[in-house]
Ligand binder design. Sequence first.
Ligand SMILES: *Cc1c(COP(=O)(O)O)cnc(C)c1O
Length: 341
Amino acid sequence: MEKKNIDWSNLGFGYIETEKRFVSNYKNGAWDEGALVSDSTIQISECAGVLQYAQTCFEGLKAYTTEDGHIVTFRPDLNASRMKDSCERLEMPVYPEDKFVEAVTKVVAANEAFVPPYGSGATLYLRPYMFGSSPVIGVKPAEEYQFRIFATPVGPYFKGGVKPLTIRVSDFDRAAPNGTGHIKAGLNYAMSLHAIVSAHKEGYDENMYLDPGTRKKVEETGGANFIFITKDNKVVTPKSSSILPSITRRSLMVVAKEYLGLEVEEREVYLDELKDFAECGLCGTAAVISPVGKVVDHGTEICFPSGMSDMGPVTKKLYDTLTGIQMGRIEAPKGWIHVIK
Ligand SMILES: *Cc1c(COP(=O)(O)O)cnc(C)c1O
C-alpha cells in the first residue's frame, strides 16, 4: 500500500479530506446496511433536527501503526457503548455497537494510505457522529437520522516537546447537575466556545470547570478529564455524574493500578485540595495526557511541584506505559487493541 505523500510529523490538528467515509441512514424505524462513499458533503433539509435543535452526538478515536506494522484502534468498543449512551439521552436511535466497530474497521481499511507510519507521532483521527436529518419544527426528536464516520490524519500532539499548561478556574459552567455533561453531545461544546475563546484571550490554555451545584468541586475541562497525583503517589480522578467518562482516563486508572502498582481513587475532588497535589494532567484521546503546571483561581496561582517545563514523574510513567501499550511496545490487557490489519 502506497502511503500518501504527507509530511506526517508536521501535520496539525485540522480536517484533511480522505478518500472514503461510512454512511448509514435511519428511516421508518431501521438502519440501512450502510456503505463507504466518496462524497464528503451532506445534503439535508433546511429544517433538519440537527440544524434547529442540535440533535447530534459524536465520538473520537484514533487509528495508528504499531511497532510491528499492524494498523490498530484502541478500545473502539468503548466508543460504541458511549455513543449508545449519548444517543439514548438525546432520544436518537442507537447504532448497533458491533456494527459501529465494523464501520470503524471499514473506514480505516479504506483509507489505509492515510494511516501515518509508526514513529511519526501522527495518527488517523476517526470521527463517528450522528444527527437528526428529517425536518423538525415543533420541539421533538427527528424521525430520520444519519450515522457517519470520517477519517482525517492529524499530527503529533506535542510538537516541539511537552509544555505544561496553565489553566484558569472558569466562572462559566460546562454542564448542569442533571444535564448532558456525561454524554458526548455537540451542544456541550457549543456552549463551551465562548468560555474557551475568553480563556485564550486572557492567556490561559484551558478552563477548569467546577460542579455547577456548589462550585467547590473540580469537574473537567472542555474536552479532557483530570487526573491528579498526590504527594504519596496516589492517582486521583474526580467523580461526578456530569463528567464525560474519558476512555483514556479509564484506561490510565487501570494502567496505574495493574501495571504500575499505584493506588487509584475516583472520588470528589475539592478546589481547596489542589494545592496539596504533586502533579496534574488532562486526559483525552488527542494528547493521552497533557501535563498541567499551574491553575489560576481568580488571581490566586496554584503551582504544582512538577513545574512548568516537563511532565511530572508519575504522569510521565503513566503516559509512557499507556502509549507503549497503544503502540504495541508493551503487552496490552485483553481486548484493548483492535487489529485492523
Ligand atoms: C471526548 C471527551 C473527553 C476525552 O475522552 P476520551 O475518550 O479519552 O477521548 C473528555 N471530556 C470531554 C468533555 C469529552 O468530550
